[in-house]
Design a protein around this ligand. Structure first.
Ligand code: HEC
Ligand code: HEC
Ligand code: HEC
Length: 447
């Protein structure tokens, strides 16, 4: 996750060290500690432990602090970088390997200021967003974590090579790019808006994925939520722009996408966003989802330029794009004639491997999640999400039901993936796909 970013952080931290020492304070002092009038939490939760559990979900701590197949919160998830690996830590209450012996102050420092038990944390831990949380909320999360069963599991030591193992380097990065600022409610806005803002920024850290980064790999606040690339996927523009963002989605569609991972006539959440819905957003109350929608509606529209600098993450999505018809049936001669040779090959693959679940008209069989019409994935000519979903598949468990698509990375050659992707873009998005075998090869190698 965020591998590119982390490389940047580390490299940059070392590079700008001297300049930062010369010119700036180590860490901007935190502002006064306001009590958040909008904690983004339903008021009627019975205890601060229940509150902490809700907040931990809203902030999605479990996503990173759990290794694949491991006990939730026991840490060990590896973030692999070319110059070594760093590991998310054990957050269970074990006294030796977890947070059992941590003071409140130490925990708050780690979560909001990025200063952990071994010094400065790498911003793979999104303290850059969590800095906005109130102290009460951070401590409620700690109280909840302390109720978990302790797991004795030492987090593997990071294996970064010199100079990337120098945590002091992060102080320089922080000095340049990090302002430890609490969330300040905007009295001119409604209570609901403020609640949504707190949920999106301090807790849900949407911007960590959806906002492009500058040369120093800090979020470009000017281009907030205008779209960025993450692990080969595109975290699309979610500003209020009608063509590039989600401005043309109805409130209902945005709410359904966030809470269920699928919006009829729009996308299904795959890859990293499926994780966000599965571990975090599906647990938010309808009131908090509505607050998020209200907030997202107010985000200044961003068009091309913003995300485009990041490999064209912004996509003009014609909401009225022609819907595919069900007329082309598997094996029918009519289906193949009139298609460019490359597309004909993709169509044959689609007939054999995809149509059974997605159907030729893209409405999806058995589950609405498999509907493709109106999805960003089939309207982005670069095919970024298509390539990822084809190589690795995707899975999303919401409300106890799992939606799954198998990966075809083993079965398909690079040019098979490109062929089916370009066919899907043409058939369901009326777009001329530009996916090449070389692009697929690179996407494979990046894993
Ligand atoms: C996007 C991934 C990610 C998310 C989300 C995340 N963390 Fe982390 N966290 C990490 C990584 C990676 C590290 C280790 C960083 C390092 O070694 O510099 C870390 C470190 C920490 C540490 C410091 C541990 C130590 O021994 O120094 C604490 C405490 C912590 N996280 C708590 C939390 C809490 C609480 C949340 C939710 C509010 C959370 N994290 C969410 C990735 C994440
Ligand atoms: C870990 C990275 C990550 C985080 C955190 C994240 N997103 Fe996403 N988001 C993505 C990716 C990647 C996609 C594209 C998913 C796909 O291709 O199916 C996406 C897609 C979306 C979409 C659908 C856009 C479209 O045009 O199809 C919406 C809406 C959205 N995210 C909102 C949010 C909100 C609101 C938050 C914070 C509460 C958030 N995201 C947090 C990575 C992230
Ligand atoms: C076993 C059924 C199944 C098969 C076979 C299958 N898919 Fe899927 N596919 C799904 C489901 C279910 C989803 C939605 C998963 C989710 O919730 O993100 C999906 C998601 C997708 C998406 C992302 C949609 C979005 O809105 O983000 C694309 C694109 C896609 N499939 C294309 C294909 C192609 C091309 C093939 C054939 C090579 C294929 N699928 C084979 C079930 C299937």
């Amino acid at each position: 996750m965020k591998i590119r970013s982390i490389i940047g952080y580390a490299a940059l931290a070392v590079a700008v060290g001297a300049a930062a020492v010369a010119g700036r304070a180590w860490l901007t002092p935190a502002g006064p500690e306001p009590q958040p009038p909008v904690a983004g939490v339903p008021a009627d939760l019975p205890s601060s432990v229940a509150r902490g559990e809700y907040l931990a979900k809203a902030a999605d701590c479990v996503a990173c602090h759990t290794s694949q197949g491991g006990t939730p919160y026991a840490g060990g998830r590896a973030f692999r970088l070319p110059f070594g690996t760093i590991y998310a830590t054990n957050l269970t209450p074990d006294k030796d390997t977890g947070i059992g012996n941590w003071s409140d102050d130490a925990f708050v420092q780690a979560v909001r200021a990025g200063v952990g038990s071994h010094g400065r944390l790498y911003p793979a831990m999104p303290y850059t967003s969590y800095a906005q949380m109130s102290r009460d909320d951070v401590l409620a999360i700690k109280q909840y974590l302390l109720t978990l069963a302790p797991v004795r599991e030492a987090t593997p030591a990071n294996t970064l090579s010199f100079p990337f193992d120098q945590r002091w380097g992060m102080a320089a990065w922080n000095a340049v790019f990090f302002r430890e600022q609490r969330f300040a409610p905007d009295p001119a806005k409604s209570v609901e808006w403020n609640r949504g803002a707190y949920l999106a920024t301090a807790l849900g850290h949407c911007g960590e994925c959806h906002t492009p980064r500058n040369a120093g790999f800090a979020m470009k606040s000017r281009d907030y939520l205008s779209g960025a690339e993450i692990e080969g996927w595109k975290a699309y523009n979610t500003t209020s722009d009608r063509s590039y963002g989600i401005g043309a989605w109805s409130d209902e569609q945005v709410a359904q996408y966030l809470s269920l991972g699928h919006a009829p006539g729009r996308s299904s959440a795959s890859g990293p966003m499926a994780d966000v819905v599965e571990h975090s957003l599906q647990y938010l109350t309808p009131g908090d989802i509505a607050a998020l929608v209200t907030y997202l509606r107010s985000v200044a529209p961003a068009t091309s330029g913003a995300g485009a600098a990041d490999g064209g993450a912004t996509i003009a999505l014609d909401a009225t794009a022609a819907r595919a018809s069900n007329a082309v049936l598997p094996g029918s001669a009519a289906g193949v004639s009139g298609l460019a040779p490359g597309l004909a090959r993709g169509q044959r693959l689609f007939a054999g491997d995809c149509a059974g679940c997605h159907q030729w008209n893209g409405v999806g069989r058995q589950t609405d999640y498999a509907s493709l019409n109106g999805s960003h994935a089939v309207n982005d000519p670069s095919g970024a999400a298509l390539v990822q979903v084809l190589l690795h598949g995707t899975s999303l468990t919401v409300g106890g039901r799992t939606q799954q698509m198998p990966g075809f990375g083993e079965a398909y050659s690079d040019s098979d993936v490109a062929a089916v992707a370009n066919f899907v873009l043409s058939h369901f998005g009326s777009k001329a796909g530009t996916v090449t075998a070389e692009q697929v090869r690179k996407a494979r190698a990046a894993q």
